[in-house]
Design a protein around this ligand. Sequence first.
Ligand code: ADP
Length: 515
Amino acid sequence: MTPAGISQSDLKLALKAFGDAIGADNVFASEADQLSYSDHFSPDESRHMPSAAVAPATAEEVRAIVRLANKYKIPLWPISRGKNFGYGGAAPVLKGSVVLDLTRMKKIEVDVESGTVLVEPGVGFFDLYDYLRANDIPLWLSVPGNAWGSVAGNALDRGVGYTPYGDHASRICGLEVVLPDGDIVRTGMGAMAGAPTWQLYKPGFGPSWDTMFCQSNFGIVTKLGMWLMHEPESVLGYDFEFDKIDDLGWAIDTLMPLRRDGIIQQSPSFGNWLRSAAVMTTRSQWTDDPGPLKESVISAIRKKFNIGWWSVQVRLYGPLDVTEATLKVLNNAFNGKPVMAMKPARWVKGDAPEGSPFSGVPITFPLANANWYGGRGGHTGYSPVLPTRGDLAMDQFRRTYALYQKYGFDYHASFAMGERSLTNVNQLLFDRDDADMMQRLDKFFRELVVDAKAKGYGEYRTHIEYMDVVAETYDFNDHALRRLNERVKDALDPNGVIAPGKSGIWPANRRGERS
Ligand code: ADP
């Protein structure tokens, strides 16, 4: 299989040239290779099947591959570790693209005092965690829920974590990027050769470009600077449980001023009962009924895990004097309100490590939720961004919940509080062996996007299958943002060789392939 417009013989020539440049052992083009780089969570995996993968080990090798890709007009799809499950894994938007696998690039440079790291794309969260622990470095990571991806790839896709450093893209400081023509650039202070401030000062001189390489196809990041948190003296907080559906509204309004004003520095995330149940159990352990889960089943789940309709975990980080004082503020905010339970959480330096993402420890077991329906499971994310208002969150919940019921899926949602916004991450869990379910899933997703758009809400991130669908909703002035993105794309990448279709941005030579 080749990308549209590329002949099998040209692809073969290009793969041969890639092998000559970086070693034939680093080019993977068998059927098994294609399958191992495809997205097993796609509604239809064949639509995004890569033709091959190529794995350079240095920025110089990346440049060599990019120059050859221009010569043969071969689209490349860069990945760091390719674990972006729910959003496409390692697979490209455009079928037949060659995956540019950067997992062999694994260098780590830490500046302990400043709390910064410079990573290459192949550095996974576990790699960096192990490095910090092995060298006894008192820095904490911020890790996403499933942490087997890479530090760089996750930040570039605007992944999030649980500590005060949980907005990963906002902690990027300085990039090295191979541009689509093979030029190599360092952003921020890195633009000055040898500057010791590359990972310290984000803006640099003149325009700042770091965010331009997030969720984009304007270049291939070969080094990424990131700020890390020094191990705090204490982490205090509560695990809150709320009994009633409607509690979500007032609970958000209670926490919102504390989050907005920086009293709470991490992003608390409200989640419903299925968040626990889908990780710890499978659906068949509760019911054989194919329809939406009955109230009696929901009650049984809640009873077994001793949880509310909604749960949220709030954590405060810093010197004990500060966290204890702030805990009082948090207590006062909920004083007299109908909270079902507030379980205290307390970790102080010297205690055994808590071992959770709240203290930057990478874990992977939450991916077990893909087993919920049985069969070959999977999930995809539907994640619109809302204002931080309880009434709007309740309205969003009701509309989305009704659509889950309409399409026969079990409701699995969270509302994560940013400083000024609320991201409503919904997991659509599925069984790929259930053809009827997969058909419903596609219609369900599209209706969710339309439903959010009617309220003026757009997704913050989406699966490769739906990048055009979501980009279409960003429609001010007849899609002026898309026109801007594509003008930049054409200027930087006239042959359209880097990730065509990413985030709905298509190069001039492939614009007709927009779905
Ligand atoms: P992870 O393995 O950390 O989950 P991925 O490698 O799957 O991350 O990448 C997530 C997204 O970011 C993908 O869409 C990918 O194309 C993009 N991306 C990842 N690494 C790079 C990179 N080094 N340069 C440019 N884009 C990247």
